[in-house]
Design a protein around this ligand. Structure first.
Ligand code: NDP
Ligand code: X2W
Length: 347
């Protein structure tokens, strides 16, 4: 039996990504969950709020406290944007590693970040040192990082969809189109009118078509792969399901004779969490529900010069919490797949 070695904490344990982290970390073989914060529920037993954890986790929510958190080897922030940046410098100074599930450290250009997030950054000096936590792109840097910026859900699905095509320079990087759909849990647990059952159920709509805050994040990731600026149109949509996300990405091919299926199979052959489906497949969100898997399907229509890639993830998992655990495994030198062997529940 392996002994739990690393102490971890979560700031913001009552949101959807927080409770997903709780589920994953409670049964992770190599970590011990020491701290879970909630200002509004300090003192409440975690299992009283989340009965799914009854008998599995004996811990109470506490107020965020610097010293308690600094006693952890690694702390996750599952908090609204603009929260982590206020506590991160103190934790890093105490040699505690940090993974921020929010967007405080994702964008390297701080003026772009301020424009989209309407905030002034509290620790700009750490932004440059933060590593963007997409293992398929930055695995070696994540393993050395003290601060990881966990990617947003849409950026994860879109970047993994485009990665082999852009890396091999097979498509025109100036004319990329990503059309994406998310389940409602992507909007978080805070009550909002548009996430009410009567508003979201039996309904379908686009939003952010004139610009969404994930646009600069996706462009930054795609530019890193392409080795230069990219042109991207990105339109997100809300679908009436709880979890799941599909990004359908399009790229104008520069040559017509490439075997796209073979390209994707080759690029992702050694990736434990990207599954290239057989040629002609249409991956479904339910096949990745509650897992860290991204499933992709690669298509080209007869006579067309456009590659179409379908990329599905669970927005709360590969799009947030389980990707954070994958990053934690890399940062702590643990097996990358530890605690991440879930199989989706069907139907
Ligand atoms: N939902 C999704 O699919 C995805 C979400 N994310 C990101 O993950 C983060 C969390 O999202 P989600 O779980 O939906 O969040 P919620 O907004 O539902 O939950 C926020 C949590 O943070 C705590 N919190 C709020 N303000 C503060 C503060 N100032 N200091 C300390 N704790 C605070 C809250 O507890 P309390 O107020 O009681 O302290 C609560 O536990 C966000 O940045 C989000 O953008 C990323 C990818 C996907
Ligand atoms: C369906 C839905 O509302 N999704 C959220 C994105 C998910 C998310 O929280 O991403 P960040 O971590 O970057 O904030 C949105 O469009 O705002």
């Amino acid at each position: 039996m392996r002994v739990a070695m690393y102490k971890v904490g979560i700031v913001g344990g009552t949101g959807y990504t927080g409770v997903e982290l709780l589920r994953l970390l409670t049964r992770h073989p190599d970590v011990s969950l020491e701290v879970i914060t909630s200002r509004g529920n300090a003192g409440t037993a975690v299992a009283d709020m989340f009965p799914s954890l009854r008998g599995r986790l004996d811990l109470r929510f506490s107020e965020p406290d610097r010293d308690t958190l600094a006693a952890c080897d690694l702390v996750f922030f599952a908090t609204p944007n603009g929260t982590a940046m206020k506590l991160v410098p103190d934790l890093l100074a105490s040699n505690t590693r940090v993974i921020d599930l929010g967007a405080d450290f994702r964008l390297k250009d701080l003026s772009v970040w301020s424009d989209w997030y309407k905030l002034e950054h509290a620790c700009p000096e750490w932004v440059e040192q933060a590593v963007y936590g997409l293992p398929e792109l930055n695995r070696a840097a994540i393993a050395e990082a003290r601060l990881v910026a966990n990617p947003g859900c849409y950026p994860t699905a879109v970047i993994l969809g485009y990665l082999p095509l852009l890396e091999s320079q097979l498509i025109d990087p100036e004319h990329l189109i990503a059309d994406a759909k998310s389940g409602v849990s992507g909007a978080g647990r805070q009550p909002q009118q548009h996430t009410l059952l009567c508003e979201a159920n039996d309904n379908f709509k686009a939003y952010g078509a004139s610009g969404h805050r994930h646009l600069p994040e996706i462009k930054q990731g795609l530019s890193q792969i392409a080795g230069g600026e990219v042109g991207l149109v990105f339109v997100p949509h809300l679908v009436p399901m709880t979890r799941g996300m599909q990004a359908t990405v399009y790229g104008r091919l520069r040559t017509s004779d490439t075997d796209l299926q073979a390209l994707y199979e080759r690029r992702y052959a050694d990736e434990p969490f990207v599954d290239v489906m057989p040629a002609g497949s249409h991956p479904e969100t339910r096949t990745v529900r509650g897992t860290n898997m991204c499933r992709v399907g690669v298509h080209r229509q007869p006579g067309s010069d456009t590659a179409i890639v379908l990329s599905v993830i669970d927005n709360l998992d590969k799009g947030a919490a389980s990707q954070a655990v994958q990053n934690m495994n890399l940062m702590l030198g643990l097996p990358e797949t530890a605690g991440l062997d879930d199989i989706a529940v069907l139907p």
